[in-house]
Design a protein around this ligand. Structure first.
Ligand code: GCO
Length: 441
């Protein structure tokens, strides 16, 4: 068969995404460090510890890896508790450390995207009520100003908040993240405060750096009715509206939607320059009257779906396409700010990666404005309440020795980044079982 290829547009961004607490190590001043000390919170009692030791300097070797692997972008986050260890007290050395890392990215040809909030909070903020208290809005705005003043010559893409829906749900409904609450009303209060904090942060960034591109990284959990029954359809649509859409839409038109509020919030309108999508998997939803707390829907993976080793992710690439179909209607540039799978043995990842990028290519060819893709993640890192039990890295990490080993997917992704596309030869080498599907004929 002749060689065929799916090409991406020139200047497409190819990168990986990381978050401060998951890679830096020794983030002793935040709520996660504290949480990890409490028995029963993290699987097997794992701790973040040194993580990938980026604070100790191993970012250098990992950025080398990313650059040698043909990547031209990287998404990372800054740790609030390092930069503002006490309210209004700024640690200039921490900011200098981030400047050095960002310079390190530029020197290697990697364009940075910086996230200001990725799940962790300074302990002093928690004492003030964390994201449940309205005071967080002003606090987050101050933090934004300080960071952007310090880093704006090195960063032109900002993500204010990572997965507001995922954070609020995990911390205030599921109780799996600190503060471990199970209170649906608190969940919506937190999301409401996050909306206003995003708005304040967006305007603060643009005051200092008018040409910056500012967005959020929104988690999209694909949802499909389990059966053609209208009740399953309604449960699935309802949950998707609440979880996937209710945070994003007000940032376009300034109109608050149930359950995050009502009426207009003018300062929110037009506060996205791009939309970041974190997409991992898709659920089937079945109407179930016994679950009023979870608006009447039970979630499960499609029967027969190909599921990751720990059962965390089903390989559902069409769900990425569906998320893009929804997102492109907002008329904003789109980045896939996270996508990946836990798979220590790298059995599923090559296929997962190729199939998701194939869907992304479809979207690009409809001229939907997709500008880049950040794989989660570069090197195995600390996976929150799942500790080190799940491995999302292109490179495997031994947290004891800090040794890194490339998985086959590291080579596969490198070839994709260098070719700016997927070829049949590459597919034949890394996932021959996909040939008939991706390259029929
Ligand atoms: C997420 C996160 C990442 C996770 C990843 C894999 O946004 O949930 O941004 O921190 O590590 O999703 O679990």
């Amino acid at each position: 068969m002749a060689e065929a290829a799916f090409h991406f547009p020139p200047n497409f961004l190819w990168g990986t995404a990381t978050a401060a607490h998951q890679v830096e190590g020794n983030n002793t001043g935040n709520d996660w460090w504290q949480w990890e000390l409490e028995p029963g919170r993290i699987q097997r009692g794992d701790r973040s510890g040194l993580a990938c030791d980026w604070w100790g300097g191993r970012w250098r070797e990992d950025f080398d890896r990313a650059a040698e692997a043909g990547q031209n972008a990287h998404r990372l986050s800054v740790e609030w508790s390092r930069i503002e260890p006490r309210p209004g007290i700024w640690d200039e050395a921490a900011l200098a450390h981030y400047r050095e890392m960002l310079r390190g990215l530029h020197q290697r040809g990697l364009r940075p995207m910086v996230t200001l909030h990725h799940f962790t909070n300074p302990l002093w903020l928690v004492e003030q009520g964390g994201w449940e208290s309205e005071s967080v809005i002003g606090r987050f705005e101050h933090f934004t100003r300080k960071v952007v003043e310090a880093l704006h010559d090195l960063v032109d893409m900002w993500c204010t908040i990572n997965e507001p829906n995922g954070y609020a749900y995990s911390a205030y409904t599921a109780g799996a993240f600190p503060p471990g609450r199970r209170d649906i009303r608190a969940t919506f209060r937190v999301m409401h405060n996050m909306l206003l904090a995003h708005g304040a942060s967006y305007h603060a960034i643009h005051d200092i750096q008018p040409a910056a591109e500012v967005g959020i990284a929104q988690h999209i959990r694909g949802m499909q009715p389990a059966t053609p029954s209208p009740l399953d359809g309604a449960a699935s649509r309802w949950q998707s509206r609440v979880f996937n859409e209710s945070f994003v839409l007000p940032l376009r038109d300034g109109r608050l939607r149930f359950p995050l509020g009502r009426g207009r919030e003018r300062a929110l309108a037009g506060t996205l320059d791009f939309l970041g999508l974190n997409y991992y998997t898709r659920d089937r939803v079945r109407f179930d009257l016994r679950l009023p707390g979870q608006p009447f829907g039970r979630h499960f993976f499609a029967p027969g779906a190909e599921v990751s080793p720990a059962g965390f992710i089903a390989n559902e690439p069409e769900g990425l396409f569906a998320a893009l179909r929804w997102a492109h209607r907002l008329g904003l540039p789109i980045y896939i700010t996270e996508n990946g799978v836990e798979d220590a043995a790298d059995q599923l990842r090559p296929r997962y990666l190729l199939q998701h990028l194939h869907q992304l290519w479809h979207a690009v060819n409809f001229a939907w404005p997709v500008r880049g893709y950040y794989h989660w993640t570069l090197v195995d890192n600390f996976e929150w309440e799942r500790g080190w039990t799940q491995r999302f890295g292109l490179w495997a990490l031994d947290p004891e020795t800090q040794a890194r080993t490339p998985r086959p997917s590291a080579h596969l992704y490198a070839e994709i980044c260098k070719e700016n596309g997927l070829s049949s030869a590459l597919t034949a080498r890394y996932a021959p079982e996909l040939m008939a599907r991706l390259f029929p004929g």
